[in-house]
Design a binder for this molecule. Sequence first.
Ligand code: FE2
Length: 168
Amino acid sequence: MLIPEVLKKLSQSLDLLGDQITEAELQELLLKYPITYSAVEPWVTFQDSGYTRNVMIRTQHHEILCCCWLPGQSSPIHDHVKSKSFVTVLSGVATEHLFSDHLGKARFTLLRHLDQGAVYGEVGLIHRLGNQVSNNIPLVTLHIYLPPIELNSPDDYPGGRVFEEEKV
Ligand SMILES: [Fe+2]
């Protein structure tokens, strides 16, 4: 797949800044190199069986993916192991449930909606991301992980380490 110039530039800048990059620095980078829906369109693909994770660029230091979600699709509850994670919404509205780690189980803390264009970045985040049924339109998100997610257990899924939700 031909990588658009704007994605290459973003990738090169990420390598220069390294994994200590802050959310503010990334926001600045995304203003300089705006990644629009049309830049990622060649990777946009939907499946009825679940949301898709489409790797656009992967280096030793970072990976850039686009994820595509039909209404009603969501990730499992997970963290990103040791990687810093940034999400930006390219089309649609993402729904995110945030959790804290309570003795190895995920305890729900907050529900938020991520609008198009917003950038969110956190380390140690435990969340479930998805496209809620009532949104009625597909969701496309851009994800940056620094360094690429490293999976350690067969219980992990490609997006990170899976958590069970605490029973209350
Ligand atoms: Fe995630």
